[in-house]
Design a binder for this molecule. Structure first.
Ligand SMILES: Cc1cc2nc3c(=O)[nH]c(=O)nc-3n(C[C@H](O)[C@H](O)[C@H](O)COP(=O)(O)OP(=O)(O)OC[C@H]3O[C@@H](n4cnc5c(N)ncnc54)[C@H](O)[C@@H]3O)c2cc1C
Ligand SMILES: *[C@@H]1O[C@H](CO)[C@@H](O)[C@H](O)[C@H]1NC(C)=O
Ligand SMILES: *[C@@H]1O[C@H](CO)[C@@H](O)[C@H](O)[C@H]1NC(C)=O
Ligand SMILES: *[C@@H]1O[C@H](CO)[C@@H](O)[C@H](O)[C@H]1NC(C)=O
Ligand SMILES: *[C@@H]1O[C@H](CO)[C@@H](O)[C@H](O)[C@H]1NC(C)=O
Length: 489
C-alpha cells in the first residue's frame, strides 16, 4: 500500500502532463486544419524541428505550431491558454536565450514562418509586412517595391517579429530611428485570443508596450511600417590594428570615443569599434559620397590604425556586404554555444581614460577561457536620442555607445572562465554602478535584475499594462515584465 502511494506520487505529475498534452493535441487538431501543422515533444525529429539557436540553453517546448493565418494564431493561443501553457512567438528564432521557444521547458512556441505576406502602399510608402518575414525578406521586398528601405540590424536571418518589437538598431538608426520607430500600426493576437489592431490612435497602451516589449503582451502577426528611400552612395570604412600592447589599444579606443562623442558629428556616420583576440578595428558605414567622407579626415583621427574604404552605389550590395561581416561570420548563421552581455553609456557616463586603461590591461591579463570572444562597441545617438524615454517601451533613448560582449564555445558548453571574463569586464567598465542597463534584444539569461536593466524607468507602466491585457501571464519568457500585482515567476 505504502509502496503504491509512493509510486503514484512519482507518476502522477507526468501522467497529468501527458493528459494535458493530449488535451492540447486534440485542440490543435481541431484548429490547425488547412495547411497549418504542429509537433509535440517526443515526436520523431522533434529536436531538429525545435532548432535551438543558442545550444548552451537546452529548451524543449511542449509543442510547436505552424499557423498559416492570424485566425490560426488566435486559435492556438486559445488552446494553450485554456490548458495552462505559456506562449511565445518565434519569428527568426535568433533570441540569445531561445525565447522564441519559450526560454524554458514546456511552452507552446508559435512559429510564424508562414506569415510572410508583403504589400506596399505607394502613395504613403508604408509597407505591410507579415511578422514571420526575416530581415533579408524585408530588405529585398522594400527595395523591389519602389527602392525603399527602413532601419534594422545587419544579420539577414534575424526575424522581423523579434526585431521590430524589441528595438532594432542598425547602421541607419542614427538617421531614421530604430525599427520600432518605423512601426506605425500592428495587428496583434491577445491572451484572450482576440485579434486587434494597435497604433497611436487605437489600443494606445498596447501599442506602447509592443514597441519594445511585445513578447510579454501578444503576438504581432503584421506590421505596418514607414519607409525611407534607400540610401544612395555609401562608404564602408575600416581602420584596423593588430593587437599589440594594451596602451596602444587604449589610445585607439580613446580617440574613437572622442570621435563619436562629438555632438557635431553627422548622423550619416555609423561606427563600431570591435575588439577581438588578435585585432581591433573601427569600422562602419558613412552614408554619403567619397568626397564628403574624405573631408572628414578620419585617418588623422585614428593614428596607428590602417585605413581602408570601399564605395557602394547600390543598397542591396551594401546590405550584402554587411552580412559578410567578420563578426556575423563568427556568430550568426549556425547555432553555437555562446553567452553574451550588454551595457551602455550616455554622453554623461562615458568611461574615463583611467577606466579605458584598466579595461585593456584586464583584457591583456585575464584568462578568457577561449580565443573565440569579441567586444562590439556600437555608436548610437542621433535620431534615437530625439525621442523621449517614455514614448515607447524601449527605454534606452539616451544611449551614445552600446557594448555587446560575446563568448563562444565551438566544442561544448560555455565554461565558467568564459562567463567570468565577461562579468569581470562589465564590472570594470560600469564601475560596478547601478542601475545597470542592458539591450533587451541581447538577452542575458543569467542577469538577475533583467526587467529593470532592459526597460528601466518604463517598467512600472509595462507592469500596469500587463495587468490589463494579460492578467494570467500567458505570454512569458524567463525575463518578461510580469504584472504589478503578481510575484515575478
Ligand atoms: C547574429 C545576430 C545579430 C544581431 N544583430 C542585431 C543588430 O544589429 N541590432 C539589433 O537591434 N539586434 C540585433 N540582434 C538581436 C535581435 O534583434 C534579437 O535577438 C531579436 O529578438 C531576434 O528576433 P527573432 O525573431 O529572430 O528571434 P525569436 O527567437 O524568434 O524571437 C525573439 C523574441 O521575440 C518574440 N517574438 C518574435 N516574434 C514575435 C511577434 N511576432 N510578436 C511578439 N513577440 C515576438 C519571441 O517570443 C521571443 O521572445 C542580433 C541577433 C543575432 C543572433
Ligand atoms: C504605384 O503602383 C501602381 C500600381 O502598381 C503603379 O501603376 C504606379 O506607377 C505606382 N506609382 C509609383 C509612384 O511608383
Ligand atoms: C581636413 O584636413 C584638411 C587638410 O589637412 C583641412 O583643411 C580640413 O579643415 C580638415 N577637415 C576637418 C573636418 O577636420
Ligand atoms: C512622457 O512624459 C512627459 C513629461 O513628463 C509627459 O508630458 C508625457 O505625457 C509622457 N508621455 C507618455 C506617452 O506617457
Ligand atoms: C480581450 O482583451 C482585451 C484587452 O484586455 C479587451 O479589450 C477585450 O475586450 C477582450 N476581449 C474579449 C472578447 O474578452
Amino acid at each position: 500500500m505504502i509502496l503504491k502511494l509512493l509510486v503514484m506520487a512519482v507518476v502522477a505529475p507526468s501522467a497529468a502532463l501527458a493528459a494535458s498534452h493530449e488535451a492540447l493535441r486534440s485542440c490543435f487538431e481541431n484548429v490547425l486544419t488547412d495547411r497549418g501543422s504542429f509537433a509535440f515533444a517526443g515526436d520523431l525529429f522533434y529536436d531538429r524541428i525545435v532548432n535551438r539557436y543558442n545550444l548552451n540553453i537546452p529548451v524543449t517546448p511542449a509543442a510547436l505550431a505552424f499557423p498559416t493565418s492570424s485566425q490560426q494564431v488566435a486559435d492556438i493561443v486559445k488552446c494553450a491558454a485554456d490548458n495552462g501553457y505559456p506562449v511565445q512567438a518565434r519569428s527568426g528564432g535568433h533570441s540569445y536565450g531561445n525565447y522564441g521557444l519559450g526560454g524554458t521547458d514546456g511552452a507552446v512556441a508559435i512559429n510564424l514562418k508562414h506569415l510572410k505576406h508583403f504589400s506596399m502602399d505607394n502613395t504613403t510608402w508604408q509597407a505591410t509586412i507579415g511578422a514571420g518575414s526575416l530581415l533579408s525578406d524585408v530588405t529585398q521586398r522594400l527595395y523591389h517595391a519602389g527602392g525603399r528601405a527602413m532601419s534594422h540590424g545587419i544579420c539577414p536571418q534575424v526575424g522581423s517579429g523579434g526585431h521590430f518589437t524589441i528595438g532594432g538598431l542598425g547602421p541607419t538608426s542614427r538617421q531614421f530611428g530604430a525599427s520600432i520607430d518605423h512601426v506605425m500600426e500592428v495587428e496583434v493576437v491577445l491572451a484572450n485570443s482576440s485579434i486587434v489592431r494597435a497604433s497611436d490612435t487605437k489600443n494606445q497602451d498596447l501599442f506602447w508596450a509592443i514597441k519594445g516589449a511585445a513578447s510579454g503582451y501578444g503576438i504581432v502577426t503584421e506590421f505596418k511600417v514607414r519607409t525611407e528611400p534607400e540610401p544612395g552612395t555609401a562608404v564602408q570604412y575600416t581602420y584596423s590594428m593588430e593587437i599589440g600592447n594594451p596602451k596602444k589599444q587604449a589610445a585607439l579606443f580613446k580617440s574613437w570615443q572622442a570621435f563619436v562623442s562629438d555632438p557635431a558629428l553627422t548622423r550619416k556616420m555609423a561606427s563600431t569599434l570591435t575588439v577581438l583576440e588578435n585585432s581591433m578595428a573601427i569600422s562602419g558605414t558613412f552614408f554619403g559620397t567619397k568626397e564628403e567622407y574624405n573631408s572628414l579626415n578620419l585617418s588623422n583621427k585614428f593614428p596607428g590604425a590602417n585605413g581602408d574604404a570601399l564605395i557602394f552605389d547600390d543598397w542591396l550590395g551594401l546590405v550584402a556586404h554587411w552580412a559578410e561581416d567578420l563578426i556575423l561570420g563568427l556568430a550568426a548563421g549556425i547555432p553555437t554555444n555562446f553567452y553574451a552581455k550588454s551595457t551602455s553609456w550616455t554622453p554623461q557616463t562615458l568611461m574615463t581614460p583611467e577606466t579605458i586603461d584598466k579595461m585593456f590591461d584586464y583584457i591583456g591579463a585575464v584568462d578568457k577561457g577561449t580565443l573565440s570572444w569579441f567586444l562590439l562597441f556600437d555608436f548610437q545617438g542621433g535620431y534615437i536620442n530625439d525621442i523621449p524615454t517614455n514614448a515607447t517601451a524601449y527605454a534606452h533613448r539616451d544611449v551614445l555607445i552600446w557594448l555587446q560582449s560575446y563568448t563562444i564555445n565551438l566544442l561544448g558548453h560555455v565554461s565558467q572562465a568564459q562567463i567570468n571574463f565577461l562579468n569581470g569586464l562589465h564590472k570594470i567598465v560600469t564601475n560596478g554602478d547601478l542601475p545597470i542597463t542592458a539591450y533587451p534584444g541581447y538577452v542575458d539569461p543569467l542577469m538577475p535584475n533583467a526587467p529593470e536593466a532592459y526597460w528601466g524607468t518604463n517598467l512600472p507602466r509595462l507592469q500596469q499594462i500587463k495587468e490589463q491585457v494579460d492578467p494570467n501571464n500567458v505570454f512569458r519568457n524567463p525575463q518578461s515584465p510580469s504584472s504589478a500585482k503578481k510575484e515575478p515567476l
